[in-house]
Ligand binder design. Structure first.
Ligand code: SLL
Length: 159
């Protein structure tokens, strides 16, 4: 696995979450089998920015470590969509582990994402979250490969 000297390649990903309110207990449209204290449905995700080349050229697998009281809190996504959907009542920090294609020889990289469930930001932002019925929180993350293997370099520069 020879490495390409003096080269650095970066790719962008979006790490984000979306949360919506669940219908209250007693509402006939509330999904069944959800604990009474859960007020939100949320999704945490890793996505490619619009217009970017395919993530899976270099990204092999994503693990999301969610709050320890959930069943099987280490959730593994071997294929897109790289996301986890759950219900709950409170926000917490999700550990996001990015695993790269084996030919890349790269070690996993770690990121964190705070699962924002409540409206946030200035008045205008909160008004939009209210109108859309969704609280979304997204960050652009840069993933850098320093002196990538020849295989990874090939894959990334031929796309
Ligand atoms: C706190 N940081 O300590 C927060 C923890 C945990 C939220 C929030 C339900 C989990 C489940 C849920 O929303 N937990 O049903 O297992 O206040």
């Amino acid at each position: 696995n020879k490495r390409v000297k003096n080269k650095r390649i970066s790719r962008n990903i979006i790490i984000g979450s979306e949360a919506i309110n669940l219908p209250p207990v007693g509402d006939p449209t509330r999904p069944k089998n959800i604990p009474d204290d859960h007020t939100k449905r949320w999704t945490v995700y890793v996505r490619q920015p619009p217009g970017d080349p395919s993530l899976t050229t270099w990204l092999n697998k994503v693990q999301f470590k969610i709050f320890s009281t959930y069943d099987n809190p280490l959730r593994t996504c071997e294929n897109p969509p790289f996301e986890v959907t759950e219900t709950g009542w409170g926000g917490f920090t999700v550990d996001v582990r990015l695993h790269f294609q084996p030919a890349s020889g790269e070690k996993a990289q770690y990121r964190q994402h705070f699962l924002q469930l409540e409206k946030y930001g200035d008045e205008k932002m909160q008004a939009r979250q209210e109108a859309e019925g969704v609280v979304r929180s997204e960050f652009l993350e840069v993933v850098q490969f320093n002196e990538p293997t020849e295989a990874l370099y090939e894959a990334l520069t031929s796309e």
